[in-house]
Design a protein around this ligand. Structure first.
Ligand SMILES: [Zn+2]
Ligand SMILES: [Zn+2]
Length: 564
């Protein structure tokens, strides 16, 4: 027994009992880094291994859960079960695998491809991935695991049903009820079957618990997009979340209907589209997709540009199009930009900036609203959550996947559908819900917390994050000048910490490197000798302005002279 957590619960490093225990290592009182654990006796199941994207950057790129408990109990781990392929559910897998040996990863459909894709960017990680299907069943000593298909904003999403000697534990994954789905219906019959056999505890997605009524069907959004496309005469630039494969399919269909060719801008979008075409998640008549080279020859009314940057990310394709720095396309009057997305909290300011620039450049901009219906959520609203509760009739209820207010609201909905208020469990990450034969309690916790990861995939210490918060909001940019007798030998080399992903921003990096080279050579050809202070005084303000102009960010710039 170690220390205590926020709620003054003792922290347990290892359990030696055969009670059923459920807890989250991430995902409670937050949106992101989802990771839930179900344990009994000598067996432990992990559900999902997500990351969270930090709202403020401070030189970190991801937040992952603290895996200490899993490291201490690695011998009990049966496997990792993945509900679907979103980053807040699979993004942590590479980091988890580095720390914890996972015998098997169970995933379905597109998630399998996305996980393999992700792992291919890391060396020495080749886990045993088992592809499960709707009717797969995996039997263990204490658990029998099966799946129920759901609808969500990425194909092949599932809930997980864990049969125990006290009844089913159901984990919904992320879901909505879409009665006109693009790829198959939710398996409603399974939900009522679980209820008949007895559901001990339901863990359900709380993201939209505060949203009234029903989440709009994806099909309806497709219809709206088609109607909008019909009226637009010039070029269409449409931006959505790259992983929303159904949406991309509908955008492609709307384009084909209007005899438009589709061109893809943005690395992550291109990756998803290629992948989805290969595995038939996206289908289109041959010749629908064209390259950047081909599109200048087409008239505006024949062009749809599918782009990343729906969140106004400064370096994504759409932002670069908006500020005129995109190499392949400039805004022309008559262009229409459609946001098939909604702002993730915290991004509104970036998005507004992008929209203003687009208007200034002479484009028309359409954003999602009740009038335009260019976007819908992948998460169940109030009525759907009540339907889930009514179909599964759980004895106990644990709202998951949401900030505290969402969990709290979801708990109220559960009580309204008839769950005993005593049996509602709004937990913290790490807090353990224990089902003993005759009682249910939350007397213990396991170690849970946040680990910060930077763009080099290294863990970053909490104290460093605090320092970075004080130091800078915009990360750090190092520039290495390799010189021989102070004559520049090659192009200066940019290294970034938390400012940009160098991999994703080759053009920007090259621009900065060229600018640095120009400044160095101008300085050295004038002075013929090298004085570091003099050079830095010249370099830093000029380069800072240059970077700000391109990114509207002010990273700390650290020049390094390597003279031989
Ligand atoms: Zn999701
Ligand atoms: Zn999620």
């Amino acid at each position: 027994m170690g220390t205590i957590n926020n709620k003054q619960l003792p922290i347990i490093e290892r359990f030696n009992d055969n009670n059923i225990k459920i807890f989250a290592l991430g995902g409670l009182d937050e949106i992101g880094k989802n990771m839930y654990v179900v344990e009994c006796d000598q067996e432990l199941i992990i559900i999902d291994a997500g990351i969270m994207f930090p709202g403020d950057n401070y030189g970190i790129d991801y937040i992952i859960p603290d895996y200490t408990y899993l490291m201490d109990n690695v011998d009990k781990i049966i496997g990792l079960f993945i509900t679907h392929g979103h980053e807040d559910h699979i993004g942590g897998i590479p980091y988890l695998l580095r720390k914890v040996s996972i015998p098997k990863i169970y995933a379905s459909g597109i998630a399998v491809g996305l996980i393999k894709n992700k792992l291919s960017e890391f060396s020495n990680l080749s886990p045993n991935i088992i592809e499960y299907h709707n009717d797969s069943v995996f039997k263990f000593q204490n658990f029998e695991i099966s799946f129920f298909k759901t609808n969500h904003s990425i194909p092949d999403s599932s809930g997980i049903a864990i049969k125990t000697n006290q009844g089913y534990i159901l984990h919904t994954g992320d879901f909505k009820f879409d009665f006109t789905p693009l790829s198959g219906h939710t398996e409603y019959a399974k939900l009522t079957k679980y209820a008949t056999e007895g559901v001990l505890c339901l863990l359900s997605d709380s993201t939209n618990a505060q949203v009234k009524k029903f989440t709009t069907s994806e099909k309806k959004i497709g219809d709206s997009i088609k109607a909008i496309f019909k009226q637009i005469k010039g070029r269409i630039i449409i931006s959505t979340f790259a992983s929303n494969v159904h949406r991309v399919q509908q955008i492609v269909e709307a384009s084909v209907e209007q005899n438009r060719k589709v061109i893809v801008f943005g690395r992550s979008m291109a990756k998803v589209v290629n992948f989805s075409l290969k595995y038939n998640y996206i289908t289109a008549p041959p010749g629908t997709f064209i390259t950047a080279k081909e599109f200048p020859h087409l008239p505006p009314e024949k062009i749809t540009i599918l782009s990343t940057g729906s969140q106004g990310e400064p370096l994504a394709a759409l932002s670069r199009i908006a500020d005129g720095s995109h190499k392949q396309i400039k805004i022309i009057p008559g262009d229409t930009i459609v946001f098939s997305s909604s702002p993730i909290p915290g991004n509104q300011e970036y998005i507004n900036r992008t929209i203003n620039k687009l208007f200034k450049a002479g484009a028309n901009v359409i954003v999602n609203s009740p009038l335009t219906d260019t976007h819908t959520s992948g998460h169940a609203s109030e009525t759907e959550l009540k339907i889930m509760l009514s179909l599964t009739k759980p004895k106990h209820f644990m709202p998951i996947h949401g900030e505290y207010a969402m969990l709290k609201r979801h708990a109220q909905l559960a009580i309204a559908t008839g769950v005993d208020p005593q049996n509602i469990h709004i937990l913290d990450n790490g807090e353990v819900l224990t089902f003993a034969p005759n009682k249910v309690f939350t007397h213990y916790a396991v170690k849970a917390g946040a680990i910060y990861v930077d763009s080099n995939n290294e863990d970053v210490d909490n104290s460093i994050i605090r320092e970075r918060k004080l130091m800078s909001d915009d990360g750090m940019l190092g520039i290495v000048f390799s010189t021989l007798n102070y004559k520049l030998m090659r192009l200066p080399n940019v290294v970034s910490r938390g400012f940009i992903y160098v991999r994703d921003s080759e053009a920007l990096v090259t621009d900065i490197e060229n600018k640095a080279k120009e400044l160095y050579e101008n300085y050295y050809s004038e002075t013929k000798k090298f004085n570091p202070n003099q050079f830095y005084n010249l370099l830093l303000p000029t380069l800072a302005d240059f970077i700000y102009e391109k990114t509207e960010r002010k990273p700390m710039i650290v020049p390094i002279i390597m003279n031989v």
